[in-house]
Design a protein around this ligand. Structure first.
Ligand code: F6R
Length: 605
């Protein structure tokens, strides 16, 4: 995937642009370039391959300039080559571009008729010449607007001008773009990771927005060329790693910030105006994918199990799930029409990495869903989808699980849309429901006091069971895993319908059994399974979004979560289970952030 950086400063910028481009390396790219303005000239340097190569070029022949743009390119129009690398410059302007200009051939013909000579095979160069042409007759803002009006397709742009040598301009339609605010300098970036090394104050552009950055000012204009104000957000940056805020431990902080995790992730991927998901350049054309294989360990594996249900419900793609430590040693039939998706918070888990390596050796296409974008798994995969959860310090994965599920859900929706397996109306409705998720998570987080009371019941228990069907089954697995790793209490997660085939024998007087029963197509069946547990003395903790229709006199506790789209319920179900594990462990005085025998990043087999 391509990446953009822009800096407007009062000191030389080229080395900062290079460092920021390095932060975009996780995206996968084939060439890199930079353009700066100095001494009234545009200095453009580009090369094929890594940003390191570009750095060497600049080392030998430095670029002057206190403002500039940089780019890493993942070829779409035109082969990977130096000439096709961005920026694309004329005498007057230099442009970097993410996205695809669909009408570039027609625009190119018009511009060639006017005498413009194209050097590259890219769609981007038409933007350079269109703007150069319009600048002859219009002021800068009107020239930009008129240029954008002529473009069909998607773009995030970074532009510098020879004549206006104190500004960097950004524009967005369809592809993400953000502005960062620094001390006597301001930044443009295609994602917040690229900007994070320089600032934690950012503004995301919406579709149609244009931004004009100088070293001491940022202005925004909407698609009607009207000046607008935009919200400045504070990213939870790496400085907060050692800061628990008002929380007793990191896990509590991480559980309680999950609405922010969801909000950030949605902002990164969901186009706010167009009701669309910004996911492009899949390593295999979605229509050609014959199977998806989802691979992970522990909690990440549970996110894969959840995604299997979504893929099956919303697409026609067959799906397999695999635990990485099993996948890596099996006798597998690799197929280059399959997409292998690796899910990992750390991006360093040895088994997951080994499974990925096996795929690479078998020349199949891979996708990584990770939190740490600089990680080995991200760097090795063909396609990377960051979960944008920010650093997770508590050993038990919480907000990363929400982030993993969220990105997987976005991937499912987008694949379904591209393959025309979901109607446009359903797609748009699902996106608007998704936008409500952060505030619903915030509501569920209010159940802390109730969960604290429920947790007391687990203190004398020999163990516990977590039951669910359909999308609640993986969440039952996750609830059991959280409880065992944090409180050292034996816990089993089971599909509720499987109880009669053995586990029912475990039910005895007083055994805590958490039943996940949202009002979905499994509701009545799960409630019957719950009655079977009650009849044998199980102490049921029911989590549901439909308590009114349940005869619940024998249910010990009922915890009600808000109603939402059935596909989003797993996110809300997860929260009380994390809190339950947290409070049981806390009452037992366990080391919450560092449970015994466990490590945050499992880099050994
Ligand atoms: C459980 C937990 C682990 C990890 C697993 C994979 O709370 O944190 O089960 O999910 O070790 O780690 P990553 O996601 O870093 O690959």
């Amino acid at each position: 995937m391509c990446g953009i950086i822009g800096i407007a400063s009062n000191k030389p910028v080229s080395s900062n642009i290079i460092q920021s481009l390095k932060r975009l390396e996780y995206r996968g790219y084939d060439s890199a370039g930079i353009a700066t303005i100095g001494n009234g000239e545009i200095y453009e340097k580009k090369c094929i391959g890594r940003v390191d190569n570009l750095e060497k070029v600049l080392f030998k022949n430095p670029s002057k300039g206190i403002l500039g743009i940089g780019h890493v390119r993942w070829a779409t129009h035109g082969v990977p080559s130096q000439v096709n690398a961005h920026p694309h410059s004329s005498e007057q302007v230099s442009v970097v571009h993410n996205g695809i200009i669909e009408n570039s051939n027609d625009l190119k013909k018009d511009l060639e008729n006017k005498g413009y000579k194209f050097k590259s095979q890219t769609d981007t160069e038409v933007i350079t010449f269109l703007l150069t042409d319009l600048l002859k007759d219009f002021d800068i803002l009107n020239a930009i607007h008129k240029t954008l009006e002529k473009l069909h397709g998607s773009f995030a742009l970074g532009i510098i001008f020879k004549k206006f040598n104190n500004i960097v301009v950004g524009a967005r339609r369809g592809s993400p773009l953000a502005v960062g605010y620094g001390h006597e300098e301001n930044y443009l970036g295609s994602d917040s990771y690229a900007l994070k090394s320089m600032t934690n104050k950012i503004t995301y552009l919406d579709d149609g927005d244009i931004c004009v950055l100088s070293n001491n000012k940022v202005e925004f204009y909407n698609s009607k060329n009207i000046k607008i104000n935009k919200e400045v957000l504070t990213l939870s940056d790496d400085k907060h790693i050692t800061d628990k805020g008002d929380h007793k431990d990191f896990m509590s902080k991480e559980i309680n910030e999950q609405h922010v995790t969801a909000q950030t992730c949605i902002k990164e991927y969901v186009d706010q105006l167009r009701q669309d998901i910004n996911l492009y350049h899949f390593p295999i054309e979605p229509k050609d994918i014959t199977k998806i294989i989802l691979i992970g360990c522990g909690t990440a594996y549970h996110a894969c199990v959840t995604a299997k249900y979504w893929f099956e419900e919303l697409t026609n793609i067959p799906v397999e799930i695999d635990i990485a430590s099993e996948f890596r040693y099996r006798k597998l039939k690799f197929d280059n029409k399959n997409l292998y998706v690796f899910v990992s918070q750390s991006g360093e888990t040895a088994d997951t990495y080994a499974a990925l390596d096996l795929c690479k050796k078998n020349n199949v296409k891979t996708c990584a869903i990770v939190n740490v974008v600089e990680s080995s798994i991200a760097r090795t995969s063909d396609f990377v989808l960051p979960i944008h959860a920010g650093p997770e310090i508590g050993v038990a994965s919480t907000k990363a699980f929400i982030g993993q599920m969220l990105v997987l859900y976005l991937l499912v929706l987008k694949m379904s849309e591209v393959r025309k397996e979901i109607s446009q109306t359903d797609y748009v409705n699902k996106i608007s429901e998704l936008k409500k998720l952060p505030s619903l998570i915030k509501d569920v987080l209010k159940c802390q006091d109730q969960v604290q009371v429920i947790a007391k019941d687990f203190l004398k228990a020999k163990g516990a069971m977590f039951l669910g069907r359909g999308l609640s089954f993986p969440i039952a697995l996750e609830g059991a895993l959280k409880l065992k790793e944090l409180s050292y209490l034996h816990a089993e997660g089971y599909p509720a319908g499987e109880m009669k085939h053995g586990p029912l024998a475990l039910i005895e007087e007083g055994l805590p059994v958490v039943v996940l029963a949202p009002k979905d197509k499994y509701f009545e069946k799960t409630i019957s399974n719950m009655q079977e547990v009650i009849a044998r003395g199980g102490k049921v903790i029911l989590i549901t979004n439909e308590s009114t229709n349940i005869i619940s006199e024998n249910v010990r506790f009922t915890l009600e979560i808000p109603k939402t789209d059935d596909y989003l319920t797993p996110f809300l179900m997860t929260i009380p289970l994390q809190l339950l594990a947290y409070h049981v462990a806390s009452l037992k005085n366990c080391d919450i952030d560092k449970p015994r025998n466990l490590a945050k990043s499992v880099t050994v087999e």
